[in-house]
Design a protein around this ligand. Structure first.
Ligand SMILES: [Zn+2]
Ligand SMILES: [Zn+2]
Length: 220
């Protein structure tokens, strides 16, 4: 429950637009997989099905990943690798740990009946499953081979970090990310006034961005 509360605050309070929060999210390369996919699920289940916050965050992170890989492409791997390592823990994980110290009796940690009803759809994740499955024909080919779920896309960031990543692989990864980043941007634009209509390949771009950033375990 504390993690839902914290993720919700990112949506309601627009926290990811706050400069300090954004800097923390840069340092941690976004939220951990559990909470990144959790944030997406909250937006799909409880926020009308438009994952704008997840998309804005990953548009930003993909831009940073492309810039990091452009520099990392030609550096010795130990140096290049450091550009992709998180130097901060996931914000939501931090919050959950802090809330745990307060104990379940804390009203900030234990939800009331109204909150329980409001988050009830989260139990089934029906919309999230449908949304992800609808674009599977596009994103499934882009999955990381190292994640063991099929696909012949670029190795995800966690698997790339396990190295060694030869320059040829880094170059190919950069090309894939350079192709992905504008697709995430287009999906973000589709959620704005007079933006283009979202297509399955646009939705797939967000799935691919989450998959590359933290690994492909959750959608599998
Ligand atoms: Zn986390
Ligand atoms: Zn992987």
């Amino acid at each position: 429950m504390p993690e839902l509360r914290q993720l919700w605050s990112m949506l309601e309070g627009g926290a990811i637009m706050v400069v300090e929060v954004r800097h923390d999210l840069w340092r941690s390369w976004g939220l951990c997989p559990r909470h990144a996919w959790g944030l997406l699920a909250i937006e799909l289940e409880l926020r009308g099905g438009s994952p704008l916050t997840s998309t804005v965050l990953h548009e930003d992170l993909m831009g940073r990943a492309v810039r990091a890989m452009r520099i990392a492409r030609t550096q010795p791997w130990p140096l290049a690798r450091r550009r992709l390592v998180a130097t901060r823990r996931c914000l939501t994980c931090d919050f959950v740990e802090l809330a745990g110290r307060h104990g379940p009796a804390d009203p900030l940690v234990e939800p009331g009946p109204a909150q329980r009803t409001a988050i009830a759809p989260m139990a089934e994740l029906a919309r999230t499953r449908t949304w992800i499955a609808a674009a599977a024909a596009v994103w499934s080919a882009a999955r990381c081979p190292g994640c063991g779920v099929g696909g012949d896309g670029p190795r995800c960031r966690p698997h790339l970090l396990q190295g060694p990543a030869p320059r040829g692989e880094r170059h190919r990864t950069l090309e894939r990310l350079e192709a992905l980043a504008p697709r995430v941007t287009r999906y973000g634009r589709s959620m704005t006034w007079r933006g283009p209509t979202a297509r399955p390949e646009d939705r797939a771009a967000l799935v691919e961005a989450l998959g590359w950033m933290g690994g492909w375990g959750p959608p599998a």
